[in-house]
Design a protein around this ligand. Structure first.
Ligand SMILES: Cc1ncc(COP(=O)(O)O)c(C=O)c1O
Length: 398
């Protein structure tokens, strides 16, 4: 039977990691894979998460099934974390289902759209996270791109973005990165979010917000401002939340799909449909990560500890942005890299061709995604000069 299948081409980002592992140079630097790293290049488990996990294991008396929509405490607390005070006014309008990671949440939402409006098209930013198109497309939805990043000016091309959204048919789905845009690091400012909310509401579009880095940009509140602006403007929206990065729970597969619904009755329908979708794919989401998040968010001491740890991750990344920009300016003889300091989250995209990215890897042992996306958290005080010299040399050679 399976002889009909063909080989899957190597995943470009996972390929970067594999090549990095094989390189035994002492000066190698991994700016490829999208995980947070500390100064020592490790991806730590936050102390609050470790403590919550310890307490949970000690107290857990059963591993019996929960339900297709998961842990209700987790669902409520994460929805509150993202939607903030707005949740209070529309609590009964919220449908939420725990999912296997942000990816699982994105897929649940796509399946819900497919059920409700099989012909709806989904629009993602150009560029976007490499998995958005395959993941949403696999639900059977048609995926298209809207203009987003102006690489020459290192800013959002807001006029083209708004004009594009303004021409979409009602009922189209617009995928938006709440903060820490992947791969560019370039977010909308608050005025731009309001302008997007206005178009989306007026045109009857469905915002589908992907929030995978809350707390890693500015802080928990500011990083969710976009979601709250949209939630105030529209009757319905979807939000896919990932707890992989901000709780360091990557492999535990912890995420949430929120469907802000037009009424309490619709929310009940949406909850039932989400449960049914989950039941027909994986039956129930994995428990452990969500139980940890629930514990951290509902225990004041753990919550404070986690918030402080998250703030220090964000501040480390933002500090590295400043250091990298000044080293690049120095090594290129004065070119302006201040845009790196204005971007947020783990990523920025350097203006490099795939050939230049290959040279950086082969000659300088500096690894990054083929499109020039770098993980800022992979920079450190020790390797920044090497990275900046290598990038400047390769860029100068053209
Ligand atoms: C923009 C974006 N959305 C969603 C995800 C999904 O994260 P996960 O499925 O690991 O929770 C990621 C992970 O890299 C991401 O960058």
């Amino acid at each position: 039977m399976f002889e009909t299948l063909t080989r899957v081409p190597a995943d470009p980002i996972l390929g970067v990691s594999a090549a990095f592992q094989k390189d035994d140079s002492p000066i190698k630097v991994d700016l490829g894979v999208g995980v947070y790293k500390d100064d020592a290049g490790r991806t730590p488990v936050p102390g609050a998460v470790k403590r919550a996990e310890h307490d949970l294991i000690a107290a857990q008396t059963s591993k019996s099934y929960l339900s297709p929509i998961g842990n209700p405490g987790f669902n409520l607390r994460v929805a509150e974390l993202v939607l903030g005070a707005d949740l209070a006014g529309r609590k009964s309008d919220i449908a939420a289902a725990q999912a296997p990671g942000g990816s699982g949440a994105l897929r649940l939402g796509a399946e819900l759209v497919k059920l409700a409006r099989p012909a709806a098209s989904v629009h993602v930013s150009d560029p976007t996270w490499a998995n958005h198109i395959p993941l949403l497309g696999s639900a059977g939805l048609q995926v298209e791109r809207y203009p987003y990043y102006d690489a020459g000016r290192h800013s959002v091309d807001i006029d083209r973005m708004l004009a594009h959204l303004d021409a979409l048919p009602a009922g189209s789905v617009v995928v938006l990165h709440a903060c820490c845009h992947n791969p560019t690091g370039q977010d909308l400012d608050l005025a731009q979010w309001s302008a997007v909310a206005e178009v989306v509401a007026r045109r009857g579009l469905l915002p589908y917000v992907d929030i995978a880095y809350q707390g890693l940009g500015d802080d928990l509140e500011r990083d969710a401002a976009s979601v709250r602006i949209l939630a105030k403007a529209v009757p319905e929206m979807l939000v896919a939340v990932s707890c992989s990065k901000n709780f360091g729970l990557y492999r535990e597969r912890t995420g949430l799909l929120i469907a802000v619904s037009a009424s309490a009755e619709q929310a009940a329908v949406n909850t039932g449909q989400l449960g049914r979708i989950a039941r027909t794919i994986y039956s129930m989401p994995p428990d452990h990560g969500a139980a940890i998040v629930d514990k951290v968010l509902s225990t004041p001491t753990l919550r404070t500890e986690w918030t402080t740890e998250l703030a220090s991750m964000a501040s480390r990344i933002n500090g590295l942005r400043t250091i990298l920009a000044s080293h690049l300016t120095l090594h290129t003889g004065g070119a302006d890299f201040s845009w790196i300091t204005r971007q947020r989250g783990m990523f920025s995209r350097l203006d490099l061709s795939p050939e230049q990215v290959t040279r950086l890897r082969d000659e300088y042992h500096v690894y990054m995604a083929p499109d020039g996306r770098i993980n800022i958290a992979g920079i450190s005080e020790t390797n920044v000069a090497h990275v900046a010299t290598a990038v400047a040399t390769v860029a100068r050679a053209g």
